[in-house]
Ligand binder design. Structure first.
Ligand code: CP
Ligand code: NVA
Length: 301
């Protein structure tokens, strides 16, 4: 069988390919703003499987496919056989034969790996419990647009050692920056993922220390999708892991703030920070569209 290209984590693309993709995303954004019609994916169809909620991911992929001349189909477990226990291997073989790509948002990362193994078209990870690589494409694009190459920069991730944190660890490897992570002791990122990043990742217990000398401060929700029942317990454990004015003051003066959204003002970030002058969250969200168009172009055409 001809081998198919998937995008399950940032490690599926080489550093060079990722840099090219970011450059292309910046170009496609300009073309879109100029009103230039560019439809390399005419007649191409992508299936989008959402086993968790989404605003940005669904709209950016669906809009992206439309702008590139193709079409996207939204599939939820409620009204497909996904929710009724059809084996993943079977769903993968069927969906991928009919469409040109399959985007999946699900729980266990192993599930998307298994799907990809049986898929004859490219599979895109639109978030698993373990990773959120598409978000990192948008975050990197946003940084590159404002500051140029991120190589050698100091980036700080505050909060839960979750899917976003894991994708930041992979990004540190692929884009060659230093990542400082502050989490409560029992919410550290996966030790195997940290180990593979070697010297590029440092763990901290104190958020202010982790933020010192940082060029980019990133956070994410304390309770991710699927952890809703842990919300009140987590609010207590994470109380001191908030990105607020004091934390931003510990970073470099011109530090940027990013958050993949949705955000909870007053929990992981204060309103003055996310709505303040150092925050680039709206551009970051918009860049989901442009970065994923560059990804779709590479994978499908
Ligand atoms: N950042 C992100 O993936 O947002 P959605 O959950 O709205 O897709
Ligand atoms: N960590 C969050 C990211 C949402 C885009 C979650 O998994 O719910």
């Amino acid at each position: 069988m001809m081998s198919v290209r998937h995008f399950l984590t940032l490690l599926d693309f080489s550093p060079d390919e990722l840099h090219q993709l970011i450059e292309r995303a910046i170009e496609l954004k300009q073309w879109q703003k100029q009103g230039r019609i560019y439809e390399p994916l005419k007649n191409k169809v992508m299936a989008m499987v959402f086993e968790k909620s989404s605003t940005r991911t669904r709209v950016s992929f669906e809009t992206g496919m439309a702008q590139l001349g193709g079409h996207a189909i939204f599939l939820s477990p409620r009204d497909t056989q996904f929710g009724r226990g059809e084996p993943i291997e079977d769903s993968a073989r069927v969906l991928s034969r009919m469409t040109d790509a399959v985007m999946i948002r699900t729980f266990e990362h192993e599930k998307i790996e298994r799907f990809a193994e049986y898929s004859v078209s490219p599979v895109i990870n639109a978030l698993t419990d373990q990773y959120h690589p598409c978000q990192l494409l948008a975050d990197m694009q946003t940084w590159f647009e404002h500051r140029g190459d991120i190589r050698g920069a100091n980036v700080t991730f505050i909060g839960d050692g979750n899917n976003m944190c894991h994708s930041y660890i992979n990004a540190a490897r692929q884009f060659d920056f230093q990542l400082r992570i502050a989490t409560p002791a029992s919410y550290r990122p996966d030790s195997d993922i940290i180990a593979m990043a070697g010297e590029q990742v440092t763990l901290f217990e104190h958020p202010l220390e982790a933020a010192e000398g940082s060029d980019l401060i990133v956070t994410d929700v304390w309770a991710s999708m699927g952890q809703e029942e842990e919300q009140s317990k987590r609010e207590k454990v994470f109380a001191s892991f908030q990105v607020n004015a004091e934390l931003m003051a510990s970073a470099n003066k011109d530090a940027i703030f990013m958050h993949c959204l949705p955000a909870h003002r007053g929990e992981e970030v204060t309103a003055d920070v996310i709505d303040g002058p150092q925050s680039l969250v709206w551009e970051e969200a918009e860049n989901r569209l442009h970065a994923q168009k560059a990804l779709l172009e590479v994978l499908i055409s």
